[in-house]
Design a binder for this molecule. Structure first.
Ligand code: TYD
Ligand code: MG
Length: 455
């Protein structure tokens, strides 16, 4: 029998090589390749096909216990979770520092505690006095939350083991936790993973809804949320521009529900306020139309949101490289649109600076935004405003065609409801309502004709 070959497994991505290297050839991490114990003589002689216990197979249609959810009383939070907290589930909440994660979770814990559920809030970042101050500001100081500042997972689990399991357990944040059974400082991959594993096991065994706060840094270098995403049932991201008031809670992964619903909040003096009807939130509120501004009927899950897209074009006299700056949209997508406008319509942006902004700190992810962005760009370039009270939507292909998008009728209905009188978009989208003027655009050239012809 030949000598068993050595195998090295990357501790980061799991890839397998037969030669040791300092850097993993797959994920590029350094010093992560570890030799896997070679098959021993024993295991070469004995295979694994007998001696174990038989596992039981289950039928897919076997009766299921109903999935019970606990509503927290924070309607927007519940909506983003897909209807409320599922007992025994683990939720990871990511978001930039200072965006309001601790505030949101303290409010959710207070809401649960007020409706008779037990809520435990463990902070590894702030002292208890600081959190009590915040609770006072939120008007939640009287809520019967069980609050503690702790970072040792052993201490936390020992304490929890001595009491009745709570309905909601918040750990703020997982990067600050440490387990004495694992080597390394808090925040390292092994610590984060190990601590999360212990806490998730406790949550599953005791039907506790667990929320782990996870920090994300710009370059994603902190070992945290990424490695945890596989371990948890739900991944939420709390987003927004810190300089703006609005915050959006978005599902990224959800084993118990859809991920396209969002929760909308506004950060105010007394914490996060729920915004039940966000459709008008991101409009600038200006009455008359101006050049370079287009309204886009975006769709967030089942909720339409009207958003204003603003473009500014500045012609450069010198031969300097012009800037392109984007806030709230994908810059790669902007480059693509500019190229399509140039190639298909002969519009020249190459010697002009292009600035694109989505009003209100909103971040557009809906691909149907292409046409609204193109309309804003063409309008800015021509220095002509788009038709008054109009909305624009549709995906633009590289060939310059305007392609159909999902839920056109829903977008148009919302626009009509809010006093918009005309819509421009792909063919076969229905017309919304009878007094609403819907114009079909087939190719991007139609848009240019339309804008130039409106005056
Ligand atoms: P915080 O919840 O501490 O953010 P995170 O946990 O995500 O780091 O929120 C911090 C910001 O929220 C801080 O800049 C102040 C602001 N804030 C308000 O505007 N109003 C409030 O009532 C509270 C509690 C915070
Ligand atoms: Mg915090």
């Amino acid at each position: 029998m030949g000598k068993p070959k050595k195998r090295y497994v990357c501790q980061e991505c799991g890839s397998l090589t037969h030669r040791w290297q300092g850097q993993c050839p797959d994920c590029g991490e350094w010093n992560t390749l570890v030799e896997e114990v070679p098959a021993t003589v024993f295991s070469l002689k004995h295979d694994l096909s007998s001696g174990g216990r038989a596992v039981e197979f289950v039928a897919l249609d076997a009766p299921l216990p109903p999935l019970t959810r606990r509503t927290t009383g924070l309607a927007e939070f519940d909506r983003a979770l897909g209807g409320g907290l599922v007992p025994g589930s683990a939720i990871l909440m990511g978001g930039d520092p200072g965006i309001g994660k601790s505030t949101l979770l303290l409010q959710a814990a207070a809401a649960v505690a007020r409706t008779g559920g037990r809520a435990v809030y463990i902070s590894g970042e702030e002292a208890a006095a600081q959190i009590r101050l915040r609770a006072g500001r939120l008007g939640a100081a009287d809520a019967p939350i069980q609050l503690a500042a702790a970072t040792s997972v052993r201490d936390i689990l020992t304490t929890l083991g001595q009491m009745e399991p709570p309905a909601l357990l918040v750990i703020d944040s997982i990067q600050t936790m440490h387990s004495d059974t694992i080597e390394g400082a808090p925040g390292t991959v092994s610590q984060v993973r190990g601590c999360a594993f212990e806490l998730i096991r406790y949550a599953k065994e005791n039907s506790v809804a667990l929320v782990l706060v996870g920090h994300v840094t710009k370059d994603g270098s902190i070992a945290g949320p990424r490695v945890l995403e596989h371990m948890v049932d739900v991944v939420m991201s709390f987003e927004g521009e810190r300089s703006h008031q609005y915050r959006i809670l978005r599902g990224v992964k959800n084993r118990f529900g859809p991920v396209d619903e969002i929760g909308v909040f506004a950060m105010a003096g007394a914490g996060l306020e729920e915004v039940g009807n966000p459709s008008l939130l991101f409009l600038s509120g200006r009455e008359e139309a101006i050049a370079g501004s287009a309204v886009f009927p975006a769709l967030e899950g089942t909720r339409p949101v009207l958003v204003e897209v603003q473009a500014l074009i500045v012609r450069l006299q010198s031969g300097a490289t012009p800037r392109r700056a984007v806030v709230g949209w994908d810059s790669g997508r902007l480059a693509m649109l500019l190229a399509v406008l140039e190639a298909r319509c002969g519009l020249n942006f190459s010697s002009a600076e292009v600035y694109l902004n989505v009003a209100g700190g909103y971040r557009l992810v809906d691909p149907a935004a292409d046409l609204a962005v193109a309309a804003a760009l063409v309008s800015a370039l021509a220095d002509r405003s788009l038709p008054d009270k109009s909305v624009w939507f549709g995906e633009i292909s590289l060939a310059g065609e305007i392609r159909p998008v999902a839920h056109a009728a829903l977008r148009l209905r919302e626009a009509a409801k809010l006093g918009y009188t005309s819509g421009y978009g792909p063919a076969d989208s229905g017309s919304g309502s009878p007094d609403f003027n819907y114009r079909e655009l087939k190719v991007i050239g139609n848009l240019v004709d339309r804008v130039v012809a409106t005056q």
